[in-house]
Design a protein around this ligand. Structure first.
Ligand code: SIN
Length: 286
C-alpha cells in the first residue's frame, strides 16, 4: 500500500480546499482517510485535480471514505442513465445519445439549493467527477451556511429561532432551475426542517434555507413567510460566503451538503458538460 503525503490547500476564505498528493484510484491508508475527513469538515468542499480516467467504482470508493453511497432520489422510471450504469449513479450531463440526453439537470443555470432538502434525510455529501466540461461557464458556486448563520442580523435570528421551513421538490428538469411553489410535485415531495440547524459532526450552527427549494416557513402567513425567506436567501447568497469552482476535466469534487448551498452558472449548451455524480447517505437535519 502506498503512503501519500497529503496536503489541503485552501481555495477561498469561505470554503474549498484542494487535496494534493492524492491518487483516488489507489488504496488509501487509514491516515489518508482521517486526513480527508478532517479536511472536509474544515473546508466543506474538497477538490482533487487532474484525476485521469477515474472509474465509477473508484469514485464510489472515494465517497465511502465519508459515508455510505446514497440511493438515487429520482424514481427509477425517470432515470436517463445508460444501461449498465451503477444504480446509484446520476450523470449531470447534457450529452446526448440517439438524440436523448443521457443524464439529469443537463443545461443552464441552477439556483442556490441544498441537494435533496425536500427529503427527510437529505444527502450528507455530493461528489462530482468531471469527464467533459465546456471551455467556459458552468461553474459551480458554493455558499458557507455556517457563515450565513454567524453573520445573521439579530432581528432575523429572532424571527427564525425555533422555526421550520418546508422544502419542496419543485423544479423542472430543463432550462433555468427556479423556485416554483405551484409545481404540483411540491405537495408530494416535501419536508420541513429546522431553519437553524446543527452540523452533526462539528456541532456548529448553520442557516438551513435555499432559494430553489425552501417554500414556506411553518406557522407564518404566506406574505410574512415570503418576506422572511427572501431576506434569508439574499443573506445566505452573500458573495463573501462563497467559493466558485471553475471546472477542468479530471476534477473530483465533494461538498458537504449539510452546511453548504450550491448553484450553477450558465454555459453554452452547444458544448458538452458531462459529470458523474454520487451522493452520500445522510440523516435527519436537527
Ligand atoms: C447539482 O446541483 O447537483 C449539480 C451542480 C452542477 O451541475 O454544477
Amino acid at each position: 500500500m502506498l503512503t501519500h503525503r497529503l496536503e489541503a490547500i485552501r481555495m477561498s476564505a469561505a470554503a474549498g480546499a484542494e487535496a494534493r498528493g492524492l491518487d483516488p484510484s489507489r488504496p488509501l491508508t487509514d491516515a489518508d482517510r482521517d486526513f480527508l475527513r478532517k479536511a472536509w469538515r474544515e473546508h466543506l468542499v474538497l477538490v482533487v485535480r487532474g484525476v485521469a480516467d477515474l472509474s465509477a467504482a473508484a469514485q464510489m470508493d472515494f465517497c465511502r471514505v465519508f459515508g455510505e453511497i446514497g440511493a438515487r432520489a429520482r424514481p427509477a422510471e425517470t432515470r436517463h442513465e445508460p444501461d449498465g450504469a451503477p444504480a446509484e449513479v446520476m450523470y449531470v450531463s447534457n450529452k446526448r445519445e440517439n438524440g436523448r440526453v443521457i443524464g439529469s439537470i443537463p443545461d443552464g443555470e441552477m439556483e442556490w439549493h441544498i441537494d435533496q432538502s425536500y427529503m427527510a434525510n437529505p444527502a450528507k455529501g455530493t461528489c462530482l467527477y468531471a469527464i467533459e466540461v465546456p471551455r467556459e461557464g458552468g461553474d459551480t458556486m458554493f455558499g458557507n451556511l455556517y457563515q450565513a448563520w454567524e453573520t445573521l442580523p439579530d432581528d432575523l435570528r429572532r424571527a427564525v429561532e425555533g422555526r421550520k421551513v418546508v422544502n419542496a421538490y419543485g423544479h423542472g428538469g430543463y432550462g433555468i432551475q427556479t423556485r416554483d411553489a405551484n409545481d404540483p410535485r411540491a405537495a408530494t415531495r416535501s419536508h420541513a426542517h429546522p431553519i437553524v440547524a446543527t452540523h452533526p459532526d462539528t456541532g456548529r450552527k448553520l442557516l438551513y434555507v435555499n432559494r430553489l427549494m425552501s417554500l414556506r416557513v411553518e406557522g407564518l402567513p404566506e406574505d410574512e413567510s415570503d418576506e422572511l425567506l427572501f431576506r434569508l436567501f439574499d443573506h445566505a447568497e452573500n458573495p463573501e460566503f462563497r467559493f466558485t469552482h471553475k471546472w477542468k476535466q479530471g476534477d473530483l469534487l465533494l461538498w458537504d451538503n449539510r452546511c453548504t448551498i450550491h448553484a450553477r452558472a450558465d454555459f453554452d449548451k452547444t458544448q458538452t458538460r458531462h459529470l458523474r455524480r454520487f451522493s452520500i447517505r445522510g440523516d435527519a437535519v436537527t
